[in-house]
Design a protein around this ligand. Structure first.
Ligand SMILES: Nc1ncnc2c1ncn2[C@@H]1O[C@H](COP(=O)(O)OP(=O)(O)OP(=O)(O)O)[C@@H](O)[C@H]1O
Length: 364
């Protein structure tokens, strides 16, 4: 058992589930006990929701640790991790709680485990306010692999709100240390593609309408690229009913951005498509190398890497500032945010630089 217990205020800054995931992961990696209080204090349903609880239980099991206060709605937990050994684990939110957010807490732990990990994660694969699984596979994965991460993610079943029922199997090899990354050259947008989907009883027309509206919206600003958004009817690969869209853009220098949206009752399919397209355009306009979501998702890897990482971004989000706040408290990483001042920068372009803590896997 570690000698000191770190206390983390879960209500600061963004004040959401991210503080919990990041603090728990870093606590397991360092083998340091942590107490997190005022969990999600500012949210309309404060305390632990199924996704947060399942994520905490997963890393407790992965680290052979102990966990107190971990029940639904709890606003205070204490985690005392043991050793991260790797191996097979199952985590099931039993709801549409996002499997990609389970990955957010678990992946850093897998990297600093003794052995390879295999995680069977069940819940929602395309949930609101979380990366769609397609985002994790097509945007997050290729970029996080630049840190040296070796992961494989097998999407076995898609699951939607409210039932969930989705399943992914994540396999990760441990790593001695993470390389720093340098993503500062945006280049030109060379490719735009995506998927517009319906599942369950929803009519295929919704997929076509989302796709057509998204293409129309992007065309107003980007005229010289073929935009390939496939319309798809998911049959036996999906549990429950759902519709949504994700559009991905790639640049000549290997940057990847996305805009996405999910259908909701009473919202026209066109509107869903337009929302995703506008999100993508907004994330292309700022001339950064990552979109507004990848920004915060990369912070923990920058913090743990050995050496200086640099990431060119648009406006720095509150999620990113919060991730930096947590990472600086729980690691020796130091971040610096400055405005980009080169000829391609605009008022929104920033550079986030990090002197990483150089975490080493003690088992390798
Ligand atoms: N459309 C999206 N595409 C990709 N990633 C997303 C998208 N929307 C949200 N995310 C990511 O999902 C995470 C959400 O974190 P957040 O703390 O808000 O979630 P949470 O656990 O649901 O907590 P809370 O309900 O308290 O907000 C962030 O990493 C964010 O970047």
């Amino acid at each position: 058992m570690a000698a000191t217990t770190f206390e983390m205020d879960g209500s600061v800054m963004e004040g959401g589930g991210q503080i919990l995931r990041l603090s728990a992961a870093l606590s397991c990696i360092h083998g340091t006990s942590i107490k997190i209080n005022k969990i999600r204090a500012g949210r309309s349903t404060p305390g632990l929701r199924p996704q947060h609880l399942t994520g905490l239980e997963l890393v407790r099991d992965m680290s052979e640790g102990s966990l107190e206060g971990a029940v639904i709605s709890s606003s205070e937990i204490a985690l005392s991790p043991g050793q991260l050994k790797g191996g097979s684990h199952i985590a099931d939110t039993q709801t549409a709680g996002s499997v990609t957010l389970l990955m957010q807490v678990a992946l850093p732990c897998c990297l600093f485990s003794q052995n390879p990990s295999q995680l069977q994660l069940k819940g929602g694969t395309n949930a609101e306010m979380a990366p769609q699984i397609d985002y994790t596979l097509k945007v997050f994965k290729p970029i996080v692999e630049r840190f040296g991460v070796n992961m494989d993610c097998d999407l076995r079943m898609r699951g939607y709100y409210p039932k969930g029922g989705g399943e992914v199997v994540l396999r990760v090899n441990p790593i001695k240390e993470l390389n720093p990354i340098n993503m500062t050259e945006r280049g030109n947008i060379t490719k735009i593609y995506g998927r517009a989907f319906v599942a369950g009883v929803l009519p295929f027309k919704l997929a076509k309408d989302m796709s057509a509206a998204a293409v129309r919206t992007i065309r107003k600003e980007i005229k010289d690229l073929y935009i390939n958004i496939q319309s798809l009817q998911e049959k036996d690969q999906a549990c429950g009913n759902g519709n949504g869209i994700i559009i991905i853009a790639e640049s000549s220098t290997g940057c990847i951005f996305a805009g996405s949206s999910l259908g909701k009752k009473g919202v026209y399919a066109d509107k869903v498509g337009i929302e995703a397209a506008e999100m993508l355009l907004r994330n292309i306009r700022h001339n950064g190398c990552v979109d507004e979501f990848l920004q915060d998702q990369l912070i923990v890897y920058m913090a743990l890497a050995k050496g200086v990482s640099r990431m060119r971004t648009g406006p720095v989000t509150l999620h990113t500032q919060t991730a930096i706040h947590v990472a600086e408290q729980l690691t020796k990483a130091k971040f610096l945010i400055r405005k980009a001042e080169d000829e391609n920068a605009n008022n929104d372009t920033h550079i986030i630089e990090c002197q990483g803590a150089g975490m080493e896997n003690p088992s390798l």
